[in-house]
Design a protein around this ligand. Structure first.
Ligand code: ADP
Ligand code: ASP
Ligand code: MG
Length: 406
């Protein structure tokens, strides 16, 4: 007998037929004698629809009220799935995040799981119930419900798997696993049979939404092996685990992030301490900065450019306009029409020339590179947003042409 955690994303529970399909997957494992904890997301586009409803009433609604609203999406799908399982004749109970013991930080809209106290889950499992838990939510120290940030149900599932020492943690979604690029956008993208935590973490952070990056971080920390697979076609998925040396692939995937903006501070006096001042000020406002580029000083001034998430753009510009002036800079400009395209692969550490190959793909597709950033296992380029899809395909073809023929 094993303890299995299964997580089903929004499209897997989008309508009654899909809910019964999930009930089938869950109960077939239960019938084999396993304990089942099932984490669900809101049905289909429910979360987006709820956000749109809120905007109609109050575009500046407080984050607390937004969380009060958004947590309802998962409450609906959890109860509906429990009803389907009941109908199939199996014992089941659905629990909200707080009932399942999720304690989070107080940051509404983007809370972090601090701990899970699974007493109730244990009691229900002892009673032989299948336990359905709402993903994406918990309770903070003010006894308010919080949400974990978009895509947060993955993290809920991994957290339960860690606390309960589950034997298996399966993330069911609408594609058959983790691919070398988004299979909906890139024809010829290949399913990976395994991928390391580090590579998956980079891919997720750089825009591959198939797993939430915090869930991968947590899986790595607690050494929880994840299987990403489709709830619709019952074929083996992708295993996310600690890497084994033999499997070090040169490149494991290509990712794209369009939720990004470039800010440039022009004419900054070319003297020590200014980069420090600017970036400390941004960090004090909790604004994450990604790629940074500073020009060589000329005529006593230099330009500093960097990227931020689009959701932070307004706050960054409001802060920087007066601040840059006070530092003696001439202006602050920004561009939202940019995208970041990245390649990830543990093998590139020991293979010089990977960057050149990526840049060659961009050149052949006639795409201009605005900024570049690299680390041991990734290379990212910032380009015009309109070139993003073309760039992903060009880069993917460059590195996976052989695999695509296979
Ligand atoms: P869920 O609702 O199940 O959480 P998501 O929409 O969050 O599903 O994530 C699945 C989607 O991620 C897929 O439909 C796919 O379009 C997208 N995706 C982006 N990059 C990749 C990738 N490298 N491999 C697989 N899917 C990817
Ligand atoms: N329903 C939430 C969202 O749409 C959480 C999730 O799907 O994981 O972001
Ligand atoms: Mg998701």
């Amino acid at each position: 007998m094993s303890l299995i955690v299964q997580k089903f994303g929004g499209s897997s529970v989008a309508n009654a037929e899909r809910v019964f399909n999930v009930a089938d997957i869950v109960t077939s494992k239960y019938k084999e004698g396993n304990d089942l904890i099932v984490v669900v997301s809101a049905q289909g586009d429910t979360t987006d629809d709820l956000i749109a409803k809120a905007k109609e009433i109050n575009p500046d609604a407080s984050k607390r009220e937004m969380d009060m609203l958004l947590t309802a999406g998962e409450q609906m799908s959890a109860s509906l799935l429990a009803m389907a399982i009941e109908k199939l004749g199996f014992p089941v109970v659905s629990l909200l995040g707080w009932q399942a013991g999720f304690v989070t930080s107080s940051a509404y809209g983007n809370a972090r799981i601090k701990r899970v106290v699974p007493d109730r889950i244990r009691k229900e499992l002892d009673k032989k119930n299948i336990v359905v838990v709402t993903g994406f939510q918990g309770l903070n120290r003010y006894d308010d419900m919080t949400t974990l940030g978009r895509g947060g149900s993955d993290t809920s599932a991994v957290a339960i798997a860690a606390v309960m020492h589950a034997d298996l943690c399966q993330i069911y979604t609408d594609v058959e696993g983790v691919f070398t690029a988004d299979p909906r956008k890139v024809p010829g993208a290949k399913k990976l049979s395994t991928i390391s935590y580090d590579e998956m973490l980079e891919l997720a952070t750089l825009g591959a939404q198939v797993l939430n990056n915090r869930s991968v971080e947590m899986a790595k920390k607690y050494n929880i092996e994840l299987e990403v697979l489709s709830s619709l076609s019952r074929v083996p998925g992708t295993i996310v685990k600690e890497e084994t040396k033999v499997e070090k692939m040169l490149i494991s995937g290509v990712a794209k992030d369009e939720n990004i903006a470039r800010i440039s501070i022009i004419g900054v006096p070319d003297k020590p301490g200014l980069a420090f001042k600017i970036f400390s000020k941004l960090s004090a406002k909790n604004i994450n900065v990604d790629i940074i580029l500073q020009s060589v000083g000329r005529n006593g001034t230099k330009d500093i450019s960097f990227t931020v998430g689009q959701d932070n753009l307004k706050a960054a510009i409001e802060m920087l306009n007066p601040y840059a002036e006070s530092l003696g800079a001439s202006s602050v400009v920004y561009d939202e029409n940019v995208a970041k395209v990245s390649i990830v692969g543990a093998g590139m550490e020991s293979h010089p020339g990977v960057a050149a190959e990526m840049f060659e793909a961009m050149f052949e597709a006639n795409i201009n590179i605005q900024m570049i950033s690299t680390s041991e296992i990734k290379i990212s380029v910032l380009i015009a947003a309109e070139d993003a899809d073309k760039a992903v395909t060009a880069v993917h073809n460059k590195f996976f042409a052989e695999a695509m023929k296979a």
